[in-house]
Design a protein around this ligand. Structure first.
Ligand SMILES: CC(C)(COP(=O)(O)OP(=O)(O)OC[C@H]1O[C@@H](n2cnc3c(N)ncnc32)[C@H](O)[C@@H]1OP(=O)(O)O)[C@@H](O)C(=O)NCCC(=O)NCCS
Length: 195
């Protein structure tokens, strides 16, 4: 059973438990070619069910500790994974920020599904996880990613040279972020709830 489920109109967001490794393994094996230009080079067995299960165990601990939220995007029947949106490296203190990464199944691209998933997931990260900033970066030329972020209100903040090793090359990235305009400190939240 998933650790968290957020139903949306055409899909469901779920933080998978380790015993759902087959769903995730199947998604990445189906989409290996589609995602290769935008992914780090991985060992050949990286997406097998056993290795996936090991990563889901680590992600479950990170979720419980408030350090990361890895959402699988499932179809509404919950029997197929069609995408992912991952909020990682959550930093608290004065920063209250994290990084976002996402991808959708090749056969579900161009239908507004990733946008639908991210609208719900970002609301959760702002309203339930109470983050102030979500940072998302893309390789220049990844037009689908650029348009998606723009439509969600992310703003360009910079340009980092040789930022990540993607598809075997250190590649420049455009840096963008979305700031939570309704952010409240714990004290403000507490006062509002008592009022
Ligand atoms: C980046 C990525 C997630 C974008 O997916 P996407 O499906 O284009 O994104 P959206 O959910 O915003 O869908 C937008 C498209 O759906 C169309 N659409 C159809 N119905 C829609 C609806 N109800 N609502 C919104 N858009 C809709 C839009 O017109 C748009 O199509 P267009 O690009 O042909 O104009 C996807 O291309 C992907 O997984 N790429 C590979 C991995 C990757 O690059 N990840 C990001 C690394 S930074």
């Amino acid at each position: 059973m998933s650790l968290l489920t957020l139903p949306c109109q055409r899909l469901t967001l779920a933080v998978l438990s380790p015993d759902q490794a087959d769903l995730e393994s199947d998604f990445y094996q189906r989409n290996q070619k589609h995602l290769a230009p935008w992914s780090p080079i991985r060992p050949t067995d990286y997406h097998c069910a056993e290795k996936t299960r090991g990563r889901l165990e680590i992600q479950a601990s990170a979720f419980k500790a408030g350090l990361a939220v890895h959402f699988a995007v499932l179809n509404n029947d919950g029997n197929q994974m069609i995408g992912a949106c991952n909020f990682s490296s959550i930093v608290r203190g004065a920063f209250q920020a994290c990084y976002l990464g996402y991808h959708i199944d090749v056969s579900h691209e161009g239908q507004g599904l990733m946008r639908e998933a991210l609208v719900r997931a970002i609301d959760y990260m702002f309203d339930e996880q109470n983050l102030h900033r979500i940072m998302a970066n893309y390789i220049p030329g990844n037009e689908r990613s650029a348009q998606l972020l723009e439509r969600l209100g992310f703003e360009r903040e910079g340009y980092a040279k040789a930022f990540l090793s993607i598809a075997g090359r250190w590649q420049d990235h455009v840096l963008t972020a979305l700031v939570n305009q309704r952010f409240e400190t714990p004290d403000q939240r507490w006062t509002r709830r008592l009022a």
